[in-house]
Design a protein around this ligand. Structure first.
Ligand SMILES: NC(=O)C1=CN([C@@H]2O[C@H](COP(=O)(O)OP(=O)(O)OC[C@H]3O[C@@H](n4cnc5c(N)ncnc54)[C@H](O)[C@@H]3O)[C@@H](O)[C@H]2O)C=CC1
Ligand SMILES: O=C(O)[C@@H]1CCC=N1
Length: 273
């Protein structure tokens, strides 16, 4: 992004604000280049104090922006698109949607405009620069795809995928952060039961999880290869691991991810249009 470009984040809730913070933290743009919108604009007072533009007027935010990020819930989208339609300039603006279960063509159909749309599916670790973001489009130019990729690469790792896989990406990566957080929480609860104070147990579990992820990412190895190094014959690791599997550990994760993916695909379809 260059210093004269403006970005509007329409629907500044959990993910919209995480994105704004991540972009500013990475030095991609200044708060003054970002307009945050929300129906209850008073909830954005802390951001206004930091120099972000804040408003409840989506139309005005769109009018002055080059890049428009759609970050409302799927069921809130059509009303928002109807509201901003008069201010969209298809030749000049790029729409980025982080909304689950809504395709690029759904957005163009509702807008009745042939605007470029790129979808991005980040997760909340975007706020600290560690998102896994999947990017897809059906009509974005290479220039715009590269622009979106460069934005999200500064706040984590991004990959471009086929649009048909975006609901799967939602389950694995966007919902996935909650699944791993719950696993860490469960490990810390086990830790407390075997003798550690809750705060210490959580820290120990989180750092252990981080080490496990880094082993895979830094060594490009397979989980089972790393697990084999931990499981001593007749040892305590294999005893714990097998007990977890007897209770459906892997199966629970797989089933949860499958259900999340199904649900992600239905979030918008189920709404009345
Ligand atoms: N939370 C997450 O981790 C992720 C969420 N997403 C997607 O991002 C979208 C937003 O999710 P969250 O941030 O979790 O929801 P949220 O409910 O925290 O944020 C949505 C915000 O939009 C505001 N809003 C609703 N209608 C509006 C309007 N007409 N004008 C201005 N603001 C309006 C709401 O007041 C709320 O603050 C969803 O579509 C979700 O599928 C995608 C990836 C990750
Ligand atoms: O739970 C949800 O529906 C949203 C989409 C991905 C993460 N949060």
């Amino acid at each position: 992004m260059n210093a004269s470009q403006q970005i509007a984040i329409l629907g500044s809730g959990n993910i919209g604000l995480s994105l704004a913070k991540g972009l500013v933290k990475a030095g991609i743009c200044k708060p003054q280049q970002i307009t945050l919108t929300r129906r209850n604009v008073a909830a954005l007072a802390d951001y206004a104090a930091l120099g972000y533009h804040t408003t409840d007027n989506n139309l005005k935010a769109v009018k002055k922006s080059d890049i428009i990020v759609l970050a409302v819930l799927p069921q809130q989208l059509n009303k928002l698109l109807d509201e901003i339609r008069p201010a969209i300039k298809p030749e000049k603006q790029l729409l980025i949607s982080v909304i689950s279960g809504v395709s690029c063509s759904d957005i163009r159909q509702q807008l009745e405009l042939n605007v470029q749309v790129v979808r991005a599916m980040p997760n909340t670790a975007i706020a600290i620069g560690h998102s896994m973001t999947c990017i897809a489009t059906d009509n974005g130019t290479n220039k715009n795809i590269n622009l979106v990729k460069s934005l999200f690469d500064t706040v984590g790792v991004s990959i471009q995928i086929n649009e048909e896989l975006m609901t799967s990406a939602t389950a694995l990566c966007a919902c996935g952060i909650a699944f791993f957080l719950r696993s860490i929480r469960a490990a810390s609860q086990g830790g407390t039961e075997i003798g550690f104070h809750a705060g210490d147990a959580l820290k120990m579990a989180a750092q252990t999880a981080k080490g496990a992820a880094d082993l895979l990412l830094q060594l490009s190895s397979h989980p089972e290869q790393e697990i084999d190094k931990v499981t001593s014959p007749s040892g305590c690791t294999i005893a714990g691991l097998n007990e977890m599997e007897h209770n459906g550990f892997s199966s629970a994760m797989i089933k949860g991810i499958k259900l999340s993916a199904e649900k992600a695909g239905d979030l918008y379809k189920k709404e009345e249009h």
